[in-house]
Design a binder for this molecule. Structure first.
Ligand code: F6R
Length: 223
């Protein structure tokens, strides 16, 4: 699979924002799947600055920690801070994975499916919180986070003990039903896993490798 290498983080953020802008302008009733983490921060900043019309947009976040949604490090707080409080999206239109997870899946299905899914990639090849070994058929569910992921995400918390050990994540099967997928990766520490995922064996040991089986995926990288 082609990995499009970009010159800078600014270019990465702006190219993915262009793809979302095009989607929103061409389809008023767009359904997006959205990531959190470090990588998309610049993209959200760019999107906010473009003053797009979000009033008919429906969003589904890829994952949430199992924690109080009002905690400052929850993914709900992240999304409010970086996007939802700054654009004209209806609060009822932004969805986060919840239990029972089948009801979250029903919500996606009831909206007629995800048009555009934006992904980051974890150092171990996870997408959303589908850790290595996740079934390619998996649906939204509660998962235990791997030690590595807890360690990687501890930078956002006062102490590693504060990092939640569980999350609710969209499944790989759920993600693969998106009509279009864009994966963004930032930093040379991601290059090796990106190459393995995009051009190595398609295996449940490398969750992102499932994207090789999707016919509408774009992958962007900057170091
Ligand atoms: C977060 C998510 C994760 C991150 C991945 C990379 O919603 O889905 O898969 O995309 O852990 O995180 P960063 O961008 O912080 O390196």
């Amino acid at each position: 699979m082609e990995i499009k290498v970009l010159k800078s983080y600014k270019e990465l953020s702006s190219i993915v924002a262009d793809i979302i802008e095009k989607q929103l302008k061409e389809h008023l009733l767009s359904k997006l799947a959205l990531p959190t983490g470090n990588t998309p921060l610049g993209m959200y900043e760019e999107l906010v600055s473009r003053k797009l019309d979000w009033k008919s947009v429906i969003t589904f976040n890829l994952d949430v920690y199992l924690m109080n949604p009002d905690h400052p490090q929850s993914y709900q707080s992240y999304m409010r801070k970086n996007l939802f409080n700054k654009v004209n999206i209806y609060p009822d239109h932004s969805h986060f994975p919840f239990r029972p997870t089948e009801a979250f899946e029903d919500k996606i299905e009831g909206s007629m499916g995800i048009d555009l899914c934006i992904l980051g990639i974890g150092n171990n090849g996870h997408i959303a919180f589908n850790e290595p070994g996740s079934s390619f058929k998996s649906r939204t569910r509660v998962v235990d986070l791997f030690e590595q992921t807890i360690k990687d995400n501890s930078r956002f918390f006062d102490s590693i003990d504060d990092v939640p050990k569980q999350a609710i994540t969209m499944g790989l099967g759920t993600i693969m039903e998106s009509k279009k997928i864009v994966l963004m990766a930032n930093g040379d520490h991601k290059l090796n896993i990106l190459n393995v995922a995009m051009n190595g064996e398609v295996t449940e040991d490398v969750p992102a490798s499932i994207l090789q089986n999707h016919d509408n995926v774009e992958v962007y990288y900057c170091d």
